[in-house]
Design a binder for this molecule. Structure first.
Ligand code: PHE
Length: 444
């Protein structure tokens, strides 16, 4: 349940719909689904195995499996650093959801026109102070939970609140299906137009399969370390991935019909969910309360994911550096806040500060972490588990209690299919970015 709580978050409800919109819909969704199946699922099993076998944090896990100086430890490092980068801007978006609870409470959506509601997001984004304030509040919440112990409070609440979020999404989905944009929304999401499928879109889809399943980020290794030996890893991974995928698809189906019904752009970017869902609530009976409930639950989903990001880094400082939990959490939260500020200011004060091919600071961090660091960590995890991990007995444990075909299929995927797929996509993307040419010119 905790792993599902980590996987299900803003990635499903905020990010998946907006990147689907930016990458042209159907074909992107298809590639994403294939990536979950042949890349995400095998790697999730591999990470859980590593964690369960070593019972350590990600860096410590590779130190246990190999020598302390082995280069494989870099994989643990890359994942821990990604967790740090991702949390910094993830918390900014989570701050937006907190702001929207406030907007819902003061009744900003009820009876308003779609234009006014879309404008609300604009004024939030224009306001750096407001975003920094909510970023701060959200991080304080994370800090409190991680210091207080993840298991006690948050797990119990997850079991109650996540199903309610799901029911609410189904309701929004039903409502979207009754709207004027239903047919166009369905067409947009499910009719593939391969002409729109650029190499960048494929990398984005693959990167997102890592992001949404919380892979390549030290998290599943950490959580695997809490699993008992007779737990069915295959079954657990399938459950997490299925649940996660259903939520993302339902979120998309709740959003795109509204986009078309009110004549918005599917490629509206990171504000998509904030501009569409309140439009629905503004018209629904009981919309005032439902809007509050929705953003409360969305913040909660963000919190369970953010906590796992923080926990993965805290685990490293505690296990490997011998820090106390309080000190580790406080220091990391402060540093995350500092790195988060430029993301909170990306669309206002720092509007004209562009990095990485004319991207805002916020988008650059997301690009580096989700599109490069996560796939790189995933690629090397697959190569390690498929080719170099000597504990082959442990691999057999993976499918203990399952029918015999799972192990060979998984082993084939993790040895050949996953690394080749991830490696090829990364190669094309890096090649396109001109990095190789640049390196070549630097060589004597
Ligand atoms: N998987 C989470 C989501 O979909 C995001 C996340 C990424 C959480 C990495 C933890 C680690 O929102």
């Amino acid at each position: 349940m905790a792993a599902a709580g980590s996987a299900i978050g803003l990635g499903n409800i905020w990010k998946f719909p907006y990147i689907t919109g930016q990458n042209g819909g159907g074909a992107f969704v298809l590639v994403y689904l294939v990536c979950i199946l042949v890349v995400g699922l095998p790697i999730m099993m591999a990470e859980l195995m590593i964690g369960r076998h070593t019972r350590r944090d990600a860096v410590g896990a590779f130190m246990t499996l190999e020598k302390r100086t082995s280069p494989w430890i870099l994989v643990g490092w890359v994942s821990t650093i990604s967790a740090f980068i991702i949390l910094s801007y993830y918390a900014v978006v989570a701050g937006w959801t907190l702001d929207y609870i406030y907007l819902a409470v003061v009744g900003s959506f009820t009876g308003q026109s779609p234009e006014t509601i879309v404008g609300l997001f604009g004024s939030l984004i224009d306001n750096g102070t407001r975003q920094t304030f909510w970023l701060f509040i959200f991080l304080v919440l994370c800090l409190g939970i991680v210091i207080g112990g993840v298991q006690k409070g948050i797990e119990r609440w997850s079991k109650i609140l996540m199903p309610i979020l799901f029911v609410l999404l189904i309701l929004l989905f039903g409502n979207a299906m009754l709207s004027d944009g239903a047919a166009e929304g369905l067409r947009f999401m499910f009719r593939p137009d391969f002409g729109k499928l650029t190499p960048g879109a494929i990398l984005e889809a693959m990167g997102h399969s890592f992001y949404t399943l919380s892979l390549g980020m030290a998290i599943m290794i950490t959580y695997g370390s809490y699993l008992s030996r007779d737990e069915d890893l295959f079954g657990a991974s399938v459950k997490i991935a299925t649940l996660d995928t259903i939520i993302a698809l339902v979120a998309g189906l709740a959003i795109f019909p509204i986009v078309f019904a009110v004549g918005m752009e599917p490629a509206a970017g990171p504000g998509l969910v904030f501009k569409t869902i309140p439009v629905t609530f503004s018209k629904l009976p009981g919309g005032y309360l439902l809007a509050i409930l929705f953003f409360l639950l969305l913040s909660f989903a963000a919190l369970t994911s953010a906590v796992s990001l923080l926990e993965a880094q805290v685990a490293y400082l505690i296990d490997e550096k011998g820090w106390g939990r309080k000190k580790a959490t406080t220091v990391l939260t402060c540093v995350t806040f500092l790195l988060g500020i430029p993301s909170a200011l990306s669309y206002n004060v720092l509007r004209n500060f562009k990095t990485l091919g004319n991207r805002s600071f916020f988008d650059s961090l997301d690009l580096i972490a989700s599109n490069y660091l996560l796939p790189i960590a995933g690629l090397f995890t697959a190569i390690y588990v498929g080719w170099f991990w000597r504990g082959s007995e442990e691999k057999k444990e993976l499918v203990a209690g399952n029918s015999g075909w799972i192990y060979p299929v998984w082993h084939f995927l993790i040895r050949y299919v996953t690394p080749v797929a991830v490696g090829t996509v990364l190669y094309f993307k890096v090649n396109e970015s001109g990095l190789f040419t640049w390196v070549a010119t630097m060589l004597p």
